[in-house]
Design a protein around this ligand. Structure first.
Ligand code: HSE
Length: 344
């Protein structure tokens, strides 16, 4: 049995999702994969920080957080450590970087990831900003140190999209990636089509843990645009920047627009695509009207759907949850299992 000590930097939706999986499925994971994942540190900005080199019971972390909204109500030998202390002084093998970070600057996540890699720690992150901006630099640093940088949760949550694309489809010649890449806006549009108001649909998406800390990132299309940048950089091999993505959000769509489309058998969906041609790469995300028979028209709620347009296989589509606590926690788990596979 291999034991991996995890330091969670951030304990929001994704951190709690991962703790829930480890609480409920930890034994099954150990039996199936021969790997035990032990949370030794949890660091949060406003809810306390704890460190115990022996590890914490994930169930206790979740119960304490739910009851007190703090993490330092769990008994721990070390309380109040800051992030540098966790990165430099803890015994963690993996820094699970889940801070609330700015999509456009990638901070503070980018700085934490760099520091952790320099300390020879594996890093798993679900933060999109640093990966969209600095992936070549960060993955080179990880390779140089012989550690892994896991980024599966940056696009489509726990639905295996990046790994499938990178490991199984790039040889098929991907020329275009397109689909529904933001769960929050798809949830809002779905609920509005059911007659819900924009405002209460957004509130529901926030309560369900789909939305970004600042939901402007979702509704104005930044989140989907950052994901297109990641897809372009990782799967098409073409460096793209946010400023290259044509972007339009859903805030100008009214309930009337939705009903008008429904009357003629159409639905509004926020669709993103990135395409490589011999000369250039182009990318766009915006709400468009689709006929009800279109494959994306029936993708509802927080579900995402992404189609790879390939030379050898034609279209390959992956449909699955793109947001959510446990769903994104599962993406972290899949990277943790990948670290274990590489160690065997
Ligand atoms: N806010 C994002 C979404 C979370 O709604 O898709 C997953 O990246």
């Amino acid at each position: 049995m291999r034991t991996y000590r995890l330091a969670l930097i951030g304990f929001g939706n994704v951190g709690q999702g991962l703790a829930t999986i480890l609480r409920d499925q930890g034994q099954m994971i150990a039996d199936k994969h021969g790997a035990e994942y032990r949370i030794v540190a949890v660091n949060t900005g406003r809810h306390g920080s704890i460190y115990n080199p022996e590890g914490f019971d994930p169930g206790m972390l979740l119960a304490a957080y739910e009851e007190t909204q703090r993490i330092d109500t769990v008994p721990a030998p070390n309380i109040g450590w800051d992030v540098p202390q966790v990165i430099y002084e803890s015994n963690a093998d993996v820094i699970v970087e889940l801070t609330s970070s700015d999509l456009l600057s990638g901070e503070p996540a980018a700085g934490y990831i760099r520091a952790a890699l320099r300390q020879d720690r594996h890093v798993v992150t679900t933060n999109k900003g640093p990966i969209a901006l600095f992936y070549p630099e960060l993955s080179a640093a990880a390779a140089e140190r012989g550690v892994m940088l896991g980024v599966e949760g940056t696009v489509m949550g726990g639905t295996p999209l990046l790994r499938v694309g990178r490991e199984l489809l790039t040889t098929a010649g991907i020329s275009r990636v397109q689909g529904i890449l933001n769960g929050t806006t798809n949830y809002i549009l779905t609920r509005m089509a059911d007659g819900e108001s924009y405002k209460s649909a957004l509130k529901e998406a926030q309560e369900k843990g789909y939305a970004e800390a600042n939901p402007i990132a979702d509704v104005d299309g930044y989140d989907a645009a950052v994901k297109l940048v990641i897809l372009s950089n990782l799967l098409l091999g073409v460096p793209l920047q946010m400023s290259n993505v044509e972007r339009e959000g859903i805030r100008d769509l009214s309930s009337k627009d939705i009903v008008r489309a429904q009357k003629v058998g159409e639905v509004w969906k926020m669709v993103g695509w990135v395409e490589r041609t011999p000369e250039m790469v182009r990318a766009s995300v915006k709400p468009i009207r689709l006929p009800a028979a279109h494959p994306l028209a029936s993708v509802n709620g927080a579900t995402n759907a992404v189609t790879f347009v390939t030379k050898l296989l034609g279209d390959v589509t992956i449909v699955g949850p793109g947001a959510g606590r446990v769903e994104t926690g599962y993406a972290v788990l899949s990277d943790l299992l990948e670290i274990n596979r590489r160690m065997i």
